[in-house]
Every structure is written in C-alpha cells, then in structure tokens.
Design a protein around this ligand. Sequence first.
Ligand SMILES: *Cc1c(COP(=O)(O)O)cnc(C)c1O
Length: 385
Amino acid sequence: MSDKNIFKGVNTICTHVGQVKDEQYGGSVSPIYPGTSYEYIDKEIDRYPRYSSTPNQEFLAKKIAALEETEDAIILGSGMAAISTSLLAFLSSGDHIVIQNDIYGGTRNLVEAQFKRYGIEYSFTDGLETKSFEKEIKPNTKAIYIETPSNPLLKLVDIKEIADLSKSNGLISFIDNTFATPLIQKPHKLGIDIILHSATKYFGGHSDICAGAVASTSKHREIIWNLSKNIGGSLSDYTAWLLERSMKTLSVRFFAQQKNAVELSKYLIDCKHIDKVFYPGLEDHINHDIAKKQMDGFGAVISFELNKKMDPKTFLKSLKMINPSMSFAGVESTMLSPAETSHYLLTPEDRIAQGITDNLIRFSVGIEDVSDIQNDIEQAFNNFK
Ligand SMILES: *Cc1c(COP(=O)(O)O)cnc(C)c1O
C-alpha cells in the first residue's frame, strides 16, 4: 500500500510521509544519504544528486506531493530554481505567457531580464480579475502564471476561474503557492497544473534553509525533470534532510502562526497609529469572498499602513522582539517596509499604482505568545506619543 492510502490528514502527512526508512538500525528518523555514486547494475532508478533522485531528495518530494495532492513532485535548490526550471521547461522561442501583474520580484526579474533572450513573449495583466488574464491571451499563448495571495497586499486571484480559463484555451497553468502553503490552499484540486514553492519560507520555517519544490502530474514532472538535469539546480542531500525534518512541524508551526495572525489582524485594526490593515481574513478585505471560497484559512502574513505622521523606519527600529528583516515565514515574527526592500526598484509612481505606500509594513507573524507580539508593537508606538 502506498503512503497516500494510509496517511490522509495534513498533520500526519507532515510527520510521516516521505521518511527514508532506516532498514539497518530501525531508527525513527531518515538517515542521510549524501552519496554521489550509486550501484547501477539491474537498478530501476539512476540515482544521482543532480537528477534529484537520491533517497533524501526522492522521499522529500513524496511529502510535498502528498500535501499538494498531486501525483508527483520534485525538489530543487531554491524557489527560483523551481520557478525558472518549470517555466523554461514548458516555454520555447515564439511562445507567449500571461503573467499576474504583482508577483514575487525575483520571478518578475527572471521574466523581464531573461525571457527576451530566449524569444519568449510575455504580458503582465492590468488587474487580478480573471478577465484581465483572458484579455491578454493571444494565438501563441502557451501558459498562465499566478501567485495568490500576492505580496505584500495579499490580493487574491480566483484559482478555479484561472484553471478553467487555461483548460478552455489549452494552456498550462502555473501557481506560486508559497504564501498560502498546501495546508490552506490546494490548487491542483482546483485544476492548476504546476504548483511552485519557495521552500525557503514556510516549508523550512526556521529562516535557515534555501530550497524549492514543484508539484504536478508525473507527466509534467518528467518534462521539468528533463530540463532540471541539464540546468543542474538540485538540492544538497544535507539540506533535503534538514527540510524533511523541518516539514514534520510545518502544520503545527503554520497553524500557530495563522492563529496569531487572525488575532493580531483584529488588534491592528483598532490601533490608532494604523490607517489600514490588509489580511484576507478580514471582512473588509477586497478579496475576502474569494478567500472564503478557495482557502481553508487566511495565512500568517498581514500588511498594514502606519499613520502618515509616523516614520516607518523609526517604528521598525523601536521594535524590541520583532526583527525588521527580509524574507518571511520563520517561526519568529518579522516586519519589513516593502518600499525600502522588495519593491525598492519600482518607481514611486509604480509603487503607488500597486497600492504600496511608503508607510506600508509587511508583518510575517511568528509563533511567539500573541500577547508578547502585541506588547512589542504597543511599546514601539509609544515612541510616537
Ligand atoms: C521567496 C519567494 C520566492 C523565491 O524563492 P527562493 O527560495 O528565494 O529562490 C518565490 N516566490 C515567492 C512567493 C517567494 O516568497
């Protein structure tokens, strides 16, 4: 019986699926197989790290496929290795792709800096509604790419509508599912073909691992795998082992972070130093209806706008526990100013057009006691009295 049949719940999958069995000693954790040379005579699998086929790489992929409810998955060296390899595996010179307007900066940079050199055409949508995607489809369009919730305003795209639009036009659909995780959003069930992850974020969860993953059908995985062998963006077995260990607590960490985020979103609304709070769980969030329809929770990232008279830098520097640092999704709470970091390269006009003001703060909620997080924010506000 395959793992899939026995282990159904996400907590159980996180803990048990994708373990490399210790046949020799019966240890209860996966052994590490760092080998780069494996027997080949009469073996079905050609095991080699760059082929993502060592035991640790292969078994970790099973955990991710089980969570995403796809046939298969592949682990790669970073989120961008997963994204670039997957896109380039399906797009050839002369093809066109429709891409969501506000996606992860690294993905946007890949498209804008590299695609032209390969003769790949692209259009970014004007908005996030399905009709904005439909409008950009041309005779040579091959694929649609979405990322929902988006960074940093947590706007949502209707996944099922995009999957249906892709199917009716014969396109391959891609989603970056990093922000939501498969714990609260399962795009494959809604019809999306290729699911991408920066495992550097919630999958790793301790701000100490860089990795990526792709989940899909076996047929699509084969196409991506063929290119990944050429490109060589594989994940080290030591990191694969550490990631498998981290993912055992993915659901416990994520749901604790989400619980804190729900509470803090309500607290932040009532803060007199804050003008606006962006969280899909809030009823006044522009996409709250889509969130309720396609997500089983609202995630653990909140963005908020400080009062105009407050200097975001002074606020961030006044925090004592919450670290003003890049990236997100670690067990520790962090905050950053998108205008100063992720969206720094945009012109001020483009930032405003996307709704990103200089006073916007992105808050990655951690697992600390919610009262301590709240107290830290409160004491930072006291600097502005
Ligand atoms: C961080 C991130 C990526 C890139 O992942 P790396 O592991 O840094 O390569 C892609 N998409 C999203 C949404 C991210 O947050």
